[in-house]
Design a protein around this ligand. Structure first.
Ligand code: FPP
Length: 265
């Protein structure tokens, strides 16, 4: 028993030391301003442990808290986390209900921590289809954190990339119809200004844990030039260490944006 405890303490100590060293090293390199995360693998993580899928979502909240803290420490300005997609309504009602309660609890329970850590919360997505109780606390948490400046966390809730683009098209079409905008004036900036993430830089890095390598309708416009990082690790097992690994990987990517590397012809 005692040995187990000591082993655990030693391991934690090692992790803490490694993280610290990595953190300092990583701060020397380019830091993405905005990181998008698809928090996948919660259900499989729980199943592996003989637990209900919902236990995986619950554990996933702790991972997100750790990652936001770590992101703020290395100077990342924005995290966008995919918590519920426009397609997730198709899940069993019991899981949807659990998730809605979980969102409500997190927004209520974590408000003080968000304010202590300077976290500004923005909820992006439809909102209309959310239960009133979730809508209310969502509005409250956004209002009560609106002046925080350390890091912005976009919680994508009932979010779909295609739905977002459809809204932009409708908006632009009606402005053209009302002669407030000319067709020739429609450009990337005009579209970006209508997105939920207007006024934010596009994510330079998208992380997807859980082993699947797809985008699942997440930030389709915004990630046009993002670096993609996939890992087998399930989201509840995703630690600050894993996060720093993804950032270190990003720092080794050559970003050309369709151009050529300097000096290459
Ligand atoms: C995907 O894993 C995860 C979700 C659909 C829910 C993620 C939500 C949270 C972690 C809660 C965060 C809450 C707040 C308010 C920030 P999955 O269920 O598809 O996993 P699987 O692929 O293993 O089945």
């Amino acid at each position: 028993m005692l040995k187990k405890l000591i082993d655990k303490l030693v391991t934690n100590q090692e992790v803490a030391t490694t993280s610290k060293r990595n953190l300092e090293e990583i701060k020397q390199g380019p830091i993405p301003e905005h990181v998008a995360i698809i928090m996948d693998g919660n259900g499989r993580w729980a199943k592996q442990r003989g637990l209900p899928r919902t236990a995986g979502h619950q554990a996933g909240v702790d991972s997100l808290k750790k990652i936001v803290e770590c992101a703020a420490k290395i100077g990342i300005g924005y995290i966008t986390a995919y918590t519920f997609s426009t397609e997730n309504w198709k899940r069993p009602q019991s899981e949807v209900d659990f998730l809605m309660k979980l969102f409500q609890q997190v927004f209520e329970k974590e408000l003080d921590r968000f304010n202590q850590q300077g976290v500004k919360v923005k909820i992006i997505g439809y909102k209309d289809r959310l239960p009133d109780s979730v809508k209310q606390v969502a509005e409250q948490v956004m209002k009560k954190t609106e002046n925080n400046q350390k890091i912005i966390i976009n919680i994508a809730l009932d979010y779909g990339g295609r739905a977002e683009i459809i809204e932009v098209i409708k908006n632009i079409a009606s402005r053209v119809k009302d002669e407030q905008l000319k067709i020739e004036e429609i450009d990337e900036a005009e579209i970006a200004a209508q997105l939920y993430t207007a006024d934010q830089p596009d994510p330079e890095l998208l992380i997807r844990p859980g082993g699947e390598e797809r985008l699942s309708n997440f930030l389709l416009w915004q990630i046009a030039y993002a670096e993609l990082y996939f890992t087998q690790t399930y989201w509840p097992d995703f630690t600050a260490e894993t996060f720093l690994q993804a950032i270190a990987d990003f720092q080794n990517r050559e970003r050309r944006f369709g151009g050529l590397k300097e000096g290459r012809c």
